[in-house]
Design a protein around this ligand. Structure first.
Ligand code: CA
Ligand code: CA
Length: 221
């Protein structure tokens, strides 16, 4: 009986020992697995951006953008693993004003996004478009948001004939040009756009063309 008890105790100890060894091996394997899985690199972004480079003051400026994400062997133009994939736009500089809501679009923007801006006045502006997407991975499981940006320079040109710089060419500009031609005034705020006929002089012909444009007889100056 005594030898049986010793044998049983030995068997129990052996089972416990095997359990510890198995646990240690498992923990070690798991530990190595945790250590060898690196944080994935961000995806590469290929931009397709359509921005008018030289709009005229007063114009509505349409901006379109599409971003294609690529990983080796994979091309993803829609939502990633998680449906977070936003395109946003910002505009800096006083020449351009954003008209449509900036930023977040529906989950699937694989067809790209479009915005409207207004060219307020002559000058320089920068349009910046950003893409934000969510990246998830295991082990250890984690998530991060990555934002990529691209920028385009825009030069807003002055409106021809708009000699008082109010982003309209009308009878007031025509009158100012006639006053300048008659030497009643020494200069005009935006005199560099007075010569709409492009003949090298500012005179009644320019005033006439501006009046025709204001009356809708000409599409542009
Ligand atoms: Ca004007
Ligand atoms: Ca002229």
């Amino acid at each position: 009986m005594r030898s049986f008890r010793l044998l049983a105790a030995g068997a129990v100890l052996l089972i416990i020992l095997v359990g510890f060894v198995a646990l240690a091996v498992h923990s070690g394997t798991e530990g190595r697995a945790l250590a060898i899985i690196p944080t994935p690199a961000p995806w590469a972004v290929e931009w397709d951006v359509d921005v008018p480079e030289q709009p005229i003051a007063g114009d509505t400026v349409h901006v379109g953008a599409e971003a294609i994400l690529t990983q080796p062997g994979v091309v993803q133009s829609g939502p990633l693993h998680d449906p977070v994939y936003n395109l946003a736009i910002t505009s800096s500089g006083p020449a351009l004003e954003l008209m449509s809501a900036a930023g977040v679009l529906p989950e699937d923007v694989s067809d790209g996004a479009e915005w409207e801006l207004r060219a307020l006045r002559r000058g320089e502006a920068t349009v910046e478009i950003s893409l934000t997407y969510k990246q998830s991975w295991c082990y250890p499981c984690d998530t991060r948001f990555i934002t990529e940006t691209t920028a385009r320079q825009v030069t807003v040109l002055p409106l021809p004939g708009d000699v008082d710089c109010n982003v309209a060419a009308n009878s007031i500009d025509a009158a100012l040009i006639l006053q300048l031609a008659a030497a009643l005034v020494g200069g005009l705020p935006c005199q560099d756009v007075a010569d709409v006929s492009q003949d090298g002089s500012v005179n009644a012909l320019d005033a006439t063309l501006i009046l025709q444009y204001a009356a809708g007889l000409l599409d542009s100056l």
